[in-house]
Write a protein that binds this ligand. Structure first.
Ligand code: ADP
Ligand code: MG
Ligand code: ZN
Length: 620
């Protein structure tokens, strides 16, 4: 029977599913054909008689055969006629008296009820089995694709063997001080005896602090590469799982693996994902889990014996949110700050990323470095890659200076969107708006130097006036802040002056201007006498300017109003100042705009030529 095929689910569950499915079909066929057997067909129209008549006929030996099928009784008489009848289930053959040993009538009993039951239930059973097999199969798939659900505790650190880490210090351009500090770490890993013999403690943790893309990961790899040791890397976010306790067990697993492979480096990227201050408001994974993970990291680091030559390097761009316990001596007590690259470093980084590219002759990377103030290493790498893409698209044999220039603009300002067609009126307003920025910025002594004006749409902006910040400016004066606000308002002022109408195009300018004014009042003590030299708002966010410094309020309603008043007044004053400049130079405003509408872009040299009515001369 088909039922014999059902074996318990084995490893090849899909194969089993097919087999089961086959048997399911077979069973259905069997159950459909079973009730009427070949021999029974002749009884279909047989006349019905009562049970007592049959019993009488039996004792009178009138029948040759009585076949009992469940409750049906089929009778064949001696003459070959057929009859049928029904009996009660409880009536057995002996009760009916059909078992007389002296009677030669053949009595055949076939109880098919039990069989029929089986036939009825089997498809359901098989179906259930099928579903179970299916489920097992699905779970396997999940387990394979996302090992988190099944292999909770295993750390997912990516291991690079000593031989695999190809990065060396020479691949990290600039960053002289960080490299100097890390040379020491390399030495610890290579010659630990030199230090332990004299009683010096080898540092356990190094924290690399720097904004995204400044090369923290690169630097950590370079340390491993220089020291020739394995490199275990894991991102902080990988510890934070949906299940409480998983992170901690991953940490245990990671550290025990590392200890077996000592000397080696454990690199924890984005450690702020686990290392945030405990007890604070948390998001992502819940903080119970994060706390446990963090505690486990601390425990593991404390548990290193002095001989264990494992150095933990962690990276973060949010050192301010890290739990103090992480920064204690014996843990991440070495902090290395990685700044955005300066002019010289940028040129070197650009050079590193030209190494494996076909470069044209007469490429001047210095001018590119000058144009990329404030960009991080990752941006520079991106620029060189975009330049290569431009060169390929334009079917150049090698990357040209123009390709790199265009790539700089694309990375700094967003991709050009020439397909966006503005109406003539909108184009006119955009042109006046941008020239307004340019003229006001140009006239404000402290404003960053103008670099380029464009009315080609880029990203979400309709036009761009590009000012390049000066190198090496670590502090900002009040005058500069005011000039910046004035320049930002120049666009809106031009719109009002020329069209006596204002558009939504300036909303980003206004946002930035307000942020600067608010910063002056709240952070830098540059407000009016009501505000004094007091900072307002308790910092909870980043130490870096501009990246979500969320402030909690720690001042009175009255001071809040004073701050608002200062911001409003400052913006109004600067708007009037910008408007005044543009009124005074309205002729030039018209002239420059007219040319810009024709050329679409304008360099600072061209601008000065028109504006100052003289031969171009570089501003200092
Ligand atoms: P972070 O980890 O600080 O976010 P990464 O180390 O991932 O930054 O840097 C991203 C990429 O930027 C690197 O792969 C590298 O190509 C490039 N890069 C960053 N800084 C430098 C540098 N100083 N020299 C060479 N390349 C750099
Ligand atoms: Mg990184
Ligand atoms: Zn603007």
């Amino acid at each position: 029977m088909a039922a014999t095929k059902s074996r318990p689910p084995k490893s090849k569950s899909w194969l089993l599913s097919i087999v089961l499915f086959g048997s399911l079909i077979a069973m259905s066929l069997v159950s459909l054909t079973n009730p009427q057997r070949e021999g029974d067909k002749k009884f279909v129209d047989a006349p019905e008689v009562s049970i007592s008549q049959i019993t009488r006929g039996y004792s009178e030996r009138k029948f040759s055969k009585i076949a009992v099928r469940d409750n049906k009784v089929f009778i064949t008489t001696i003459t070959g006629a057929v009859l049928q009848s029904y009996k009660e289930s409880r009536d057995t053959v002996s009760q009916l008296g059909w078992n007389d040993p002296n009677n030669s009538t053949v009595v055949e009993v076939e109880n098919r009820e039990a069989q029929n039951m089986l036939v009825a239930v089997l498809p359901d059973l098989l179906f259930l089995l099928l579903v179970i097999c299916g489920l097992i199969w699905v779970f396997r798939g999940i387990a394979r694709s996302q090992s988190t659900a099944m292999s909770f505790g295993k750390s997912r650190a990516k291991v690079a063997d000593a031989t695999q880490v190809k990065t060396r210090f020479k691949d990290v351009a600039g960053m002289e001080e960080p490299k100097e500090e890390l040379v020491e770490v390399v030495d610890f890993l290579k010659n630990p005896k030199k230090y332990t013999n004299i009683g010096a403690k080898i540092p356990k943790g190094v924290l690399l602090v720097g904004q995204p893309g400044t090369g923290k990961t690169l630097l950590a790899r370079a340390v491993a590469g220089e020291a020739g040791v394995p490199f275990f890397s894991i991102a902080g976010s990988e510890f934070v799982e949906m299940f409480v306790g998983v992170g901690a067990s991953r940490v245990r697993d990671l550290f025990s693996k590392a200890k077996r492979n000592a000397p080696c480096i454990i690199f924890i990227d984005e450690i702020d994902a686990v290392g945030r201050q405990r007890g604070g408001a948390g998001f992502g994974g819940g903080h119970d889990e994060r706390e446990q993970t963090l505690n486990q990291i601390l425990t593991e680091m404390d548990g290193f014996e002095q001989e264990t030559n494992v150095i933990v390097i962690a990276a973060t761009n949010r050192p301010d949110v890290l739990d103090q316990a992480l920064l204690r001596p014996g843990r991440f007590d070495r902090r290395i700050f990685i700044d955005r690259p300066d002019l010289e470093a940028r040129e070197k980084i650009l050079e590193v990323h030209t190494r494996n590219k076909k470069m044209g002759t007469k490429i001047n990377l210095t001018t590119i470095a000058q144009k990329t103030v404030g960009l991080a290493g990752a941006d520079l790498e991106n620029i060189m890659n975009e330049a290569a893409i431009f060169a390929a698209k334009r079917k150049h044999k090698a990357i040209s200076q123009q390709d790199i220039d265009d790539a700089v603009e694309k990375v700094a300002l967003g991709p050009e969107r020439r397909s966006r067609k503005l109406s003539d009126k909108e184009t006119g307003i955009t042109a006046y708006h941008e020239v307004g920025h340019a003229i006001v910025g140009h006239l404000c002594k402290e404003s960053d130097p103008l670099h380029k004006i464009s009315i080609v749409s880029r990203g979400s902006a309709l036009g761009v006036t590009w000012f390049l910040p000066k190198e090496d400016q670590f502090t900002t004066s009040k005058t500069k802040f005011l000039d910046e606000i004035c320049g930002l308002l120049g666009g809106r002022a031009a719109e009002q002056l020329i069209f006596n109408e204002i558009t939504t195009g300036a909303s980003n300018d206004l946002e930035r201007a307000s942020a600067i004014a608010r910063g002056m009042a709240m952070r830098y003590g540059m407000g009016d006498d009501h505000l004094g030299l007091v900072t307002y708002g308790e910092k909870q966010g980043s130490m870096y300017q501009g990246s979500d410094p969320s402030l909690s309020r720690n001042y009175s309603e009255e001071q809040a109003r004073n701050i608002d008043d200062f911001v409003l007044e400052t913006i109004n004053e600067q708007y009037i100042r910008a408007l005044g400049m543009l009124k005074k130079h309205q002729k030039k405003l018209d002239e420059v705009t007219k040319i810009l509408l024709k050329t679409e872009t304008m360099s600072v040299e061209e601008f000065i030529e028109i504006f100052d009515d003289k031969k171009p001369k570089k501003r200092k």
